[in-house]
Write a protein that binds this ligand. Structure first.
Ligand SMILES: [Ca+2]
Length: 416
């Protein structure tokens, strides 16, 4: 607690400090031509990517380079450094950060607080405050002071949030149109929920005369089954304080066994989509495909501007997902795990960047609405690849403030 206290700084002061220098004669947006003060030759920027363009020189990379070159008034070459995936990315990032020669200019990281502290200690991250003041207006405008405050470190800032989870973060979502078609009520208990999942599997909710739907799906991860665990008061990956004050590891509690038995039965019945047992299938794609009735997933997927929601509507024009209250378990208990407001993924600039100021300009430009719309949806009037299918260019008016995502546009590029 003492350590925390030393970092306390009134938010208004933070705002003043971050806003310093922005009342000068610089043009809005921070995209002033920078010929004299920074380099004018080609700018090479390497960036670690969890998703995004998985092939070198993909159209999105080329389009982004064109956009960046125009806005920075010099040739910008992006070098994508692909991370191996959720199970191995930390090892890879640690290796990269161990040697200045292998460091990316822009480092995407998540759930690496210990390493982050050591990188600061080792002086390999760039203090972004002066650069954000000069060139980071899109980024600064995007987040509230409260959100940025979590990345504030005694007057310095070594990272900006890439994505701040929406309140609640994940939720149980369900096909309301299927519920209506089968004339079933919205489930409130885990038993009612399971009956609905069974009906979604066996009663042809999509009305095509074939048994080609599933009740439940998720990513290849225990958390996908959260409704079955949380309704029993267990989280398999946490230490939980018991009523008698003792602490148990969730996975060892007997309630987990009950939930697993139930899941095993549902899998055998064909209620759980078998595609989720392979790590290569994304539940987000299956969400969009529209052949499953329910999943525990990121609430942002319910936003009408989310790419997967738009794909879903394109494929299933009458389809509708709703968010459910947490299911009540056998003992009447219900729970969910709310998210914090500090962000779950971050972007830093490392000491490998020869021109950190220009790198922040790149980040700021990626964070602009125009560039992000390009990255996300392709050129106006064109079409783009969305998974294996092509979707129409969406109406940009729908991308307004009402559906503004909480994910900084930088992260849309870094994660795809
Ligand atoms: Ca069917």
């Amino acid at each position: 607690m003492i350590k925390k206290k030393s970092k306390l700084l009134p938010l208004s002061l933070l705002a003043v400090m971050l806003a310093a220098c922005t009342n000068t004669s610089e043009p809005a947006g921070g995209n002033r031509p920078n010929g004299a003060e920074a380099g004018t030759g080609p700018l090479n920027v390497s960036i670690t990517l969890m998703g995004g363009p998985k092939t070198p020189d993909a159209w999105v990379e080329t389009a982004l380079e064109e956009e960046l070159s125009a806005s920075l008034n010099r040739k910008v070459d992006m070098e994508n450094m692909f991370l191996p995936g959720w199970s191995d990315y930390k090892t890879k990032l640690n290796l990269m950060m161990g040697d200045r020669k292998s460091m990316p200019d822009i480092l995407w990281h998540s759930d690496m607080e210990k390493e982050y502290a050591s990188w600061i200690q080792a002086g390999v991250l760039v203090d972004l405050v002066p650069h954000l003041q000069r060139h980071g207006q899109n980024i600064l405008n995007y987040y509230t002071e409260d959100t940025l405050f979590y990345s504030w470190d005694n007057g310095k800032m070594f990272r900006v949030p890439g994505d701040v989870a929406e309140l609640g973060s994940m939720t149980t979502m369900l096909r309301k149109d299927w519920l209506d078609k089968l004339q079933l009520p919205v489930p409130t208990t885990i038993d009612e929920y399971i009956e609905v999942l069974r009906a979604f599997t066996t009663e042809d909710p999509d009305g095509n005369g074939e048994r080609d739907t599933y009740g439940f799906v998720g990513d290849h991860d225990w958390r996908a089954f959260a409704p079955f665990f949380y309704s029993r008061g267990v989280d398999v990956d946490q230490f939980l304080v018991q009523e008698d004050g003792t602490v148990k590891y969730g996975a060892t509690m007997p309630e987990v066994k009950d939930a697993l038995k139930q899941l095993q039965e549902l899998y055998a019945e064909g209620v759980i989509d078998p595609r989720m047992v392979t790590p290569n299938v994304s539940a987000g794609d299956l969400f969009a495909e529209g052949k499953v009735g329910s999943l525990y997933y990121w609430v942002s997927f319910l936003n009408e501007g989310h790419p997967k929601q738009m794909s879903f509507k394109e494929i299933n024009p009458g389809g509708e997902y709703i968010a459910l209250e947490p299911m009540k378990g056998p003992a009447g208990f219900s729970a969910d795990v709310p998210s914090d407001g500090k962000g779950w993924s971050f972007v830093s600039v490392t000491g490998a960047a020869e021109e950190p100021e220009a790198v922040v300009q790149v980040l700021n430009q990626i964070a602009s609405k125009e560039t992000n719309t390009l990255i996300k949806f392709g050129k106006e009037g064109g079409a783009l690849q969305a998974g294996q299918r092509r979707i129409r260019q969406p109406d940009r008016r729908r991308q307004g403030e009402a559906t503004r995502p909480r994910q900084l546009y930088v992260d849309h590029y870094a994660q795809g």
